[in-house]
Design a binder for this molecule. Structure first.
Ligand code: CP
Length: 304
């Protein structure tokens, strides 16, 4: 049995198979509509979510399966002090597969060590968000046509943004990928990512503060929200939250085929006027999240 805790739990070949299957599902969704009949997905969400939880649930329902779960720690026995280990032991006898989001880094890994069903990390603290990465890769592959030979700009909260960490880890495995990391000093990528991933693998990257100066170089612009829930100090959050606002004027400086991605939710970092720009693909990206999670459930339950 395989769990998905990190985006690197899939090899490059397995990732290609997953994305191919997701594209098959997009082309012929009916073909897959009863593959998971009789199977149950548990969504164990200790932290708020709209897209991840509901796209997992939509994915299982689209496959003919059923869903159960909780959407906050408060509505589960975690509020009474139950451990993740005990919870997953119980859920293992209620469901065939589970997706877990937790504010503590490593909680889904702990769950996987006690589980008898496959566990999918649906986001753990500021650490990883592998199924968002699979969604991002499907979006780039489908809409850009390639995962190699791209310059990707990450903009905003690169310190706490787990989607950024996961996507960097996944994209360094493709040829000729370079990064432009756009953030204020306080929100730069963590040291371990710079040293152990980018420097160690000789990846081309630069760290800058100004989006306008570099936007014309980008094939992909990955905007992020400043993660209010991970700040210790509200004054710092208020000072930094509107550092970057992508608007129509900035989009004029970008390539005609640059794609704008955002894992969502958005707060102020992309002006609503950008939504009508054909290069803004973040709502399509959220839709792709359903297809890639359908593919993942099929692969993990060996029903593909
Ligand atoms: N992208 C993402 O993880 O969104 P949610 O927090 O709404 O699940």
């Amino acid at each position: 049995m395989k769990h998905i805790i990190s985006p690197l739990d899939l090899t490059v070949d397995e990732m290609a198979e997953l994305l191919d299957l997701a594209e098959d599902i997009i082309r012929e969704p009916k073909k897959f509509s009863s593959r998971c009949q009789g199977k149950k997905l548990a969504t164990l969400f200790y932290e708020p979510s709209t897209r991840t939880r509901l796209s997992f649930e939509a994915a299982m329902l689209n496959l003919g399966g059923s869903i159960l779960g909780f959407s906050s720690a408060d509505s589960s026995s975690a509020a009474k002090g139950e451990s993740v280990a005990d919870t997953i032991r119980v859920i293992s006898s209620y469901a065939d597969i589970c997706a877990m989001r937790h504010p503590k880094e490593g909680a889904p890994l702990v769950a996987s060590q006690y589980s008898t069903i496959p566990v999918i990390n649906a986001g753990d603290g500021g650490h990883n968000h592998p199924t968002q990465t699979f969604t991002d890769l499907l979006t780039i592959k489908s809409l850009k046509g390639r995962l190699s030979n791209v310059t990707v700009g990450f903009c905003g909260d690169l310190m706490f943004g787990r989607t950024v960490h996961s996507l960097i880890n996944a994209m360094v495995r493709y040829d000729n990928v370079s990064f432009i990391l756009i953030s204020p000093n306080e929100l730069k990528i963590p040291d371990y990512l710079r040293k152990e991933v980018l420097d160690a693998k000789n990846i081309r990257y630069k760290e800058v503060k100004n989006l306008d100066e570099v936007i014309s170089e980008l094939d992909i612009l990955y905007m992020t929200r400043v993660q209010k829930e991970r700040f210790f100090n509200e004054a710092d959050y208020i000072r930094l939250k509107d550092t970057y606002i992508l608007d129509a004027k900035k989009m004029e400086l970008a390539k005609k085929d640059m794609l704008v991605l955002h894992p969502l939710p958005r707060v102020n970092e992309i002006a609503v006027e950008v939504d009508d720009d054909p290069r803004a693909v973040y709502f399509k990206q959220a839709e792709y999240g359903v297809y890639v999670r359908m593919a993942l459930i099929l692969k993990m339950l060996e029903l593909a």
